[in-house]
Design a binder for this molecule. Structure first.
Ligand SMILES: [Zn+2]
Ligand SMILES: [Zn+2]
Length: 392
């Protein structure tokens, strides 16, 4: 069995010189993700969630013709530097939630594009609001032999638990059994999701939802698979034949921009005991509900109930977001080590200290051992890593 690092939620800014994801950096191209960002981060597998756009699939086809990409017999696309491209499509359903369908091949991508064509305003753009329900997409996914994944499930912004339902069984009925994986999102972790009973049989993914190069791999997964291809990914995510998600690596939920409830009027992030459903200062209800507050108000258990085999969730902060790491330090770290994941997970402390300084080495050691000192985020503002141990 092999172990691969994967980030399965990455957006493309532009393809064929035109915008794909409006909020993403225009410099974020498919070519750059595959040949620069993925190897620099240390990712073996990347999920591109904008392949519903004909602009993106046209670039894939051009790469296939030119030979820098090949379609695999087991599904998926292998770049000639060894990075596996998993094609996906993030869609906003009529319930206002985001789901991702991962697809095995060009044929299924084309069928999905055809399906979306009459249901979205501009098929070239990603994550468009589509005139179809979550149930429609669950059924479509079965037809396409894809992998269905609700995205960033707890976020107040378009998450299935965050803004639609307390229990997916309530709204999806028997078809809720088709949900075999979910994406935690930046403001949630395994402990939080395991406070809800119906997530028990489901595999958790920790993905970056990157809209820029720098954020690729800010969350990632360690996958145990026999080989790099789509069918192996399916076995892994469905916990079949000895394959599984071996570990999740992600931001401390405190760092997420929706961790605690935020009052739009007072511009204040709640610090009071959760759940905070209205502002404790002005009493107003014009608040952005925090992911943590939402989970506390809908959970089945006060403490996480981890099912057997649930992998560990390890808190990680991208190098660029650590205090004291500027562009110059980043450059020398990238030059000295094989990848960022190598620095975060494996590199000996002495070597990191030599290149990046003793303080950085201490922060990385702290991260490998547990949690860093963090100021919580909320209301669209990210939390911050604080310098030192509690002194600030
Ligand atoms: Zn989304
Ligand atoms: Zn997204």
């Amino acid at each position: 069995m092999h172990r691969y690092y994967a980030d399965l939620h990455i957006h493309i800014g532009s393809a064929q010189g035109r915008a794909v994801k409006i909020t993403a950096s225009r410099h974020l191209t498919l070519h750059k993700v595959l040949f620069q960002d993925a190897p620099r981060k240390g990712l073996d597998i990347v999920g591109i969630v904008d392949t519903g756009s004909p602009l993106v699939s046209a670039e894939m086809e051009a790469m296939l013709t030119e030979g820098s990409l090949q379609e695999l017999a087991g599904g998926g696309f292998l770049a000639n530097n060894g990075v596996l491209l998993v094609a996906g499509c993030e869609i906003e359903t009529c319930e206002g939630i985001h789901v991702i369908i991962y697809l095995p091949d060009l044929k299924s991508i084309r069928t999905l594009q055809k399906y979306l064509h009459t249901r979205v305003k501009n098929p070239n753009l990603s994550t468009q609001a589509a005139r179809c329900s979550t149930l429609d997409l669950i059924n479509l996914n079965v037809l396409l032999d894809g992998i269905f994944c609700p995205a960033h499930v707890f976020t107040p912004h378009k998450g299935i638990y965050g803004c639609w339902t307390r229990r997916w069984a309530d709204v999806l009925g028997r078809q809720s059994r088709q949900i075999k994986i979910l994406e935690l999102g930046l403001s949630a972790d395994t402990d939080m999701a395991d406070c809800i009973a119906e997530t028990r049989p489901v595999s958790f993914l920790s993905n970056s939802d990157a809209h820029s190069s720098g954020n690729i791999g800010r969350e990632f997964n360690l996958l145990r698979m026999q080989n790099k291809n789509f069918e192996e990914l399916r076995l892994c995510l469905y916990k079949s034949s000895g394959r599984n998600v071996a570990a999740n690596f992600g931001m401390d939920p405190l760092l997420g921009k929706y961790h605690r409830t935020y009052c739009n009027k007072c511009r204040r992030i709640a610090v009071e005991e959760a759940p905070i459903l209205k502002c404790p200062v002005c009493g107003g209800t014009d608040v952005v509900m925090g992911v943590y507050d939402r989970i506390v108000s809908i959970r089945d258990y006060d403490e996480p109930h981890h099912p057997v085999g649930r992998p560990l969730y390890r808190y990680r902060v991208p190098l660029k977001d650590l205090p004291g790491v500027g562009p110059r330090t980043l450059q020398s770290l990238w030059q000295a080590f094989s990848s960022e994941i190598d620095i975060l997970e494996n590199a000996p402390m002495e070597r990191i200290a030599k290149v990046g300084g003793a303080r950085l080495a201490a922060l990385i050691l702290g991260m490998r051992k547990g949690r860093l000192n963090i100021q919580a985020g909320g209301g669209g503002y990210y939390g911050k890593v604080l310098k030192g141990d509690g002194e600030h």
